[in-house]
Design a protein around this ligand. Structure first.
Ligand code: ATP
Length: 215
């Protein structure tokens, strides 16, 4: 387990390292050089060394890194060796897309319960995932020991739902609504605004196009 606090940027790169190490392990590779690792994950080797230094000296000079040891280590660090159940709040268009997707590339994380108010959905099972009435949320979060939730409800009720999630003891919220919800410091929120991302992309394309045209 990670004892020290690691920088956020390092924490964000961990899944990248982990995924590649798993790939190498499945391909029967025992060790990997830092150069190879750097090339594969597209992170420069100085950054990789710095990242890894937060976890103690894991590599050996002239040998590189032991794939299995490193993989197991990251697996523990990322909590991938235990199943993480995730709740889906709002089973509309986006919610159902995420249910269908259900994070299949990652065997240890999955949506295990959906919540909605739509009577047509309640009591049904989608992709193996039961959909409950929103009023059962706090109880189910507790029963299923769910710490993480995905928020895909209409913006108008995003804050109300975030409050309920906090009440249910959730520690992390992946917020797909455009609203910036207020939660206590102990709860982490990651905002994923797909519309915004797309608009920003389009803006950049147009902006750089104009700059090119001026030249
Ligand atoms: P989206 O693509 O954003 O999911 P949508 O058109 O499918 O859009 P929305 O109106 O955004 O649907 O609602 C998303 C889901 O949230 C719907 O399934 C809706 O029934 C559900 N929902 C609405 N109000 C509540 C509520 N108070 N509690 C729980 N779920 C709700």
């Amino acid at each position: 387990m990670v004892e020290k606090k690691i920088p956020k940027a390092t924490a964000r790169r961990l899944p990248l390292y982990y995924r590649y190490l798993r790939f190498l392990h499945e391909a029967g590779k025992n060790r990997v050089s830092s150069a190879k690792l750097s090339e594969a994950v597209k992170v420069d080797s100085a950054t990789i060394r710095r990242d890894f230094s937060y976890f103690g000296a894991l590599g050996k000079r002239g040998y590189g890194y032991d794939v299995e040891a490193l993989m197991n280590f990251f697996s523990k660090t990322l909590n991938q060796d235990r199943l993480t159940n995730v709740a889906l709040i709002g089973v509309g268009n986006l919610g159902q897309a995420l249910l269908n997707y259900n994070f299949r590339r990652n065997n240890n994380t999955r949506i295990s319960a959906g919540f909605d108010i739509n009577e047509k959905l309640i009591g049904t099972i989608h992709q193996g995932v039961p959909i409950y009435h929103i009023d059962e949320m706090v109880e189910q979060l507790d029963l299923q020991q769910i710490d993480v939730a995905i928020l895909t409800v209409p913006s108008e009720i995003a804050q109300e739902m975030a409050n309920k999630l906090v009440e249910g003891g959730v520690k992390g919220i992946m917020n797909f609504t455009p609203i910036r919800v207020n939660v206590p410091d102990s709860v982490r929120v990651h905002n994923v605004d797909l519309t915004n991302e797309l608009q920003t992309l389009i803006y950049f394309i147009n902006y750089y196009q104009e700059l090119d045209d001026e030249e």
